[in-house]
Design a protein around this ligand. Structure first.
Ligand code: MN
Length: 360
């Protein structure tokens, strides 16, 4: 599987200099944090350099102007992004090329080719053509790429362990059992870690904390102590579970259902209020367990998660079509999962567009 992208990756890594200021921007979910943890750890091991890792506001999957300012202020000249669909806003991204060399590792559907003299652009669909990109989480890509440049078995074991949590976070664990990369016996434990971490994110929004924990040496051996049995981290797990159950029990009463002529549910549009940021956990649960054939939209304060596990309809395309004429809206992602934002006064219009495109 060694290809031109692994060469580009190792060139970027081995060209890092002592005086470089390196930053990693990561997506605000389990896969994003695990991807950043892998690259940060790999760079630390190879160059002994500390990397500044950061994220944007939740739901912002392309570069924001604030990020440009932050990178300038920190005098960043090597910029890495993982699990972010920066090609959704190429224009803003290009501003970074004025002061930094860039490395982008991502598995969202490619909508624009960002590769240039200053940017290495590694998308799953180019990196591993035979794998449906949503099944190839960024943390798996970051592990594979790091595996090309690191020969220390202990470090590789550590990085692989982190990638498992990210793979679980993006619902691709079963796929990688079939491929022989992951073990069925470990699934329960890894999934539990993923749920604890995701609940912690939903309740606190503190992504740095988990990233820090994952930087510890031989983290696999320490995971019980630092995550599973760490009250500060795992106390949110049950609160979030309860909140999810409450929201699911009210879905019939509160959500909009769109059905086809044979009375099959096609779309569930659920606007929620919650003190937690749990759209994607809720949308995953509804679409995997309650309504596997339907399209699920969970929306809170204009930010939404879209899901459909059937692979018969692309959430990326559906969202793009449905927000096309809504100013201030943005979004996209994968076939089974996507996300985005619509201004509050356009939520109804968004819902009508979704229903129209789904029933056609
Ligand atoms: Mn991802």
């Amino acid at each position: 599987m060694k290809n031109k992208f692994s060469k580009l990756f190792s060139n970027f890594i081995f060209n890092l200099k002592i005086k470089d200021n390196i930053a990693i921007l990561y997506h605000t979910d389990c896969d994003g944090v695990c991807s950043a943890a892998i690259i940060k750890k790999a760079i630390k091991y190879l160059t002994d350099k500390d990397v500044f890792a950061f994220c944007q506001k939740q739901g912002k999957i392309a570069i924001t102007q604030n990020t440009i300012e932050l990178l300038k202020q920190k005098k960043i000249n090597k910029f890495i992004s993982v699990d972010m669909a920066l090609d959704q806003n190429a224009q803003t991204f290009r501003k970074i090329e004025d002061f930094a060399h860039c490395l982008i590792i991502d598995h969202h559907i490619k909508i624009f080719n960002l590769s240039s003299k200053k940017t290495i652009f590694i998308k799953s669909q180019d990196f591993e053509r035979d794998i449906e990109p949503s099944k190839n989480p960024a943390s798996k890509m970051c592990f594979d790429l790091s595996n090309f440049v690191i020969d220390n078995k202990e470090i590789i074991k550590d990085l692989k362990f982190i990638s498992k949590i990210g793979i679980s976070g993006d619902c691709a664990y079963d796929f990688w059992i079939k491929k022989g990369f992951l073990k069925n016996e470990e699934k329960e434990k890894i999934q539990k870690i993923d749920y604890i971490i995701s609940s912690y994110f939903g309740a606190t929004g503190n992504f740095d904390k988990i990233l820090d924990i994952l930087q510890k040496e031989t983290i696999e051996k320490k995971i019980d102590k630092y995550i599973i049995e760490n009250k500060e981290i795992c106390k949110y797990y049950f609160c979030v579970q309860k909140e999810i159950e409450k929201l699911i029990s009210k879905v019939n009463e509160k959500a909009f259902f769109t059905k086809d002529q044979s009375n099959n549910t096609k779309l569930i549009f659920y606007e929620i209020k919650s003190k937690y940021n749990i759209k994607s956990i809720l949308a995953n649960k509804l679409s995997f367990e309650n309504y596997p054939g339907a399209t699920i939209i969970v929306i809170k304060d204009g930010y939404f998660s879209a899901r459909n596990q059937s692979f018969k309809i692309s959430m990326n395309d559906l969202i793009k079509k449905s927000i096309k004429n809504i100013s201030g809206a943005s979004g996209g992602g994968h076939i089974p999962a996507a996300g985005g934002f619509v201004p509050k006064n356009k939520i109804k219009e968004f819902r009508k567009n979704l229903a129209k495109f789904i029933t056609n």
